[in-house]
Design a protein around this ligand. Structure first.
Ligand code: NAP
Ligand code: ZN
Ligand code: ZN
Length: 353
């Protein structure tokens, strides 16, 4: 079937309306009518080919929520009408150790929701800036939030799990002092989640204008990282830092804030590397510098359920599909509170091409 979508034909061209084909649902497939799709900074990196290997046309979007339209004959967990989500993963090998442990995100054959290999036309996956998607049931999540919150649930499918997973892996909880660096789409959810897990949260931002907002998101303290004296006041004090910044920067400025045995996990994926940190900042306090990639399917469901239980959703700006290019420019300036979400119903009015 053919559906309307928004995507780009080249790295230096804006996104535009286009039409794409979706496969008919197979025995284990779930066909989803997309209601909303969040706009992740990864979408922008991918569309503009800031990471190697973007395939065109590129239809981004991996923060997908909507309703099941139809299911294949073998699908028992979902039925037409269910509220569901799809995140960054639409397939994996399903038999390696990572897949067996529910860590499909680390499977060597993980297929991303866009730009991944597929037998479907045009030979690479096309994401959620589109009216429908067809996904194997294993990679479909159940949404338990009220329907009225659906648009604000969408960003949980990437920004939510990407921040939840390292917080859980590093066992953040009551009594921990946790830093969250970069108050964008990921960072603002990192603050809400770490707060809900019981941590004392210190938000780090380059934007003076976000000082008050970070407190209202649940941070207990806010530091404007451009001010060395404010930074110095937190030296050797944090158990864990979640660093979401989308650009290369001085990691030492944050490593110095970790106490002995503290860890900083990088989730931001800038187009070019950070300057190498000073080894002495690591060895003198047995600190760890780590990374983390989204999260597996079982943990994504756990995160969605945790958020439903704690009333956590993203703070969003709902946009029309034809506002996406302006939204990218604003995201680059950090001018979004805190996630753009596309109202997919507005795609129906687009011309198609
Ligand atoms: P975003 O909404 O643009 O937020 C990034 C934040 O980083 C900005 O709001 C800004 O916060 C801060 N920042 C500081 N200096 C910056 C600079 N020079 N350029 C850009 N941002 C700067 O992006 P996002 O969607 O949260 O994504 C953040 C990064 O995580 C991206 O690189 C994305 O590709 C990556 N990502 C990784 C994973 C993973 O699995 N590891 C998953 C999703 C996304 P302040 O104004 O507070 O300083
Ligand atoms: Zn993402
Ligand atoms: Zn696998």
């Amino acid at each position: 079937m053919t559906v309307k979508a928004y995507g780009a034909y080249a790295s230096d061209r804006p996104l535009q309306p286009l039409e794409i084909a979706r496969r008919a649902p197979g025995a284990h497939d779930v066909q989803i009518g997309i209601a909303y799709c969040g706009v992740c900074h990864s979408d922008l990196h991918q569309v503009r080919s800031e990471w190697a290997g973007t395939l065109y046309p590129c239809v981004p979007g991996h923060e997908i929520v909507g309703r099941v339209v139809a299911v294949g004959a073998q699908v028992s967990a979902f039925q037409a009408g269910d509220l569901v989500g799809v995140g960054c993963i639409v397939d994996s090998c399903r038999h390696c150790q990572d897949c067996d442990e529910g860590l499909e995100n680390y499977c060597g054959h993980m297929v991303g929701t866009y730009n991944g290999p597929t037998e479907d036309a045009p030979g690479h996956t096309l994401g959620g800036y589109s009216q429908q998607i067809v996904v194997h049931e294993r990679y479909v999540l159940r949404v338990r939030h009220p329907q009225g919150q659906l648009a604000a649930v969408a960003p949980l499918l990437c920004a939510g799990i990407t921040t939840y997973s390292p917080l859980r892996h590093w066992k953040v909880g009551l009594g921990h002092r946790v830093g969250v660096v970069g108050i964008g789409g990921l960072g603002h959810l990192g603050i809400k989640l770490a707060h809900a897990m019981g941590a004392h949260v210190v938000a780090f931002t380059t934007s003076e204008s976000k000082r008050a907002a970070a407190l209202s998101l649940g941070a207990h303290e806010v530091v404007v990282s451009r001010h060395p004296q404010e930074m110095a006041a937190h030296a050797n004090s944090l158990d864990f830092i979640l660093n979401t910044v989308a650009a290369p920067h001085d990691l030492d400025a944050f490593l110095r804030l970790l106490r002995r045995d503290g860890a900083m996990t990088l989730v931001g994926a800038p187009a070019s590397p950070h300057p190498s940190p000073n080894v002495f900042n690591l060895i003198m306090k047995r600190r760890t510098l780590a990374g983390s990639l989204i999260g597996g399917i079982p943990e994504t469901q756990e995160m969605l359920d945790f958020c439903a239980e704690h009333g956590i959703v993203a703070d969003i700006e709902l946009i029309r599909a034809d506002e996406i290019n302006t939204a990218y420019e604003r995201m680059l300036k950090g001018d979004v509170q805190y996630r753009f979400v596309i109202d997919i119903a507005t795609l129906a009015e687009s011309a198609g091409a």
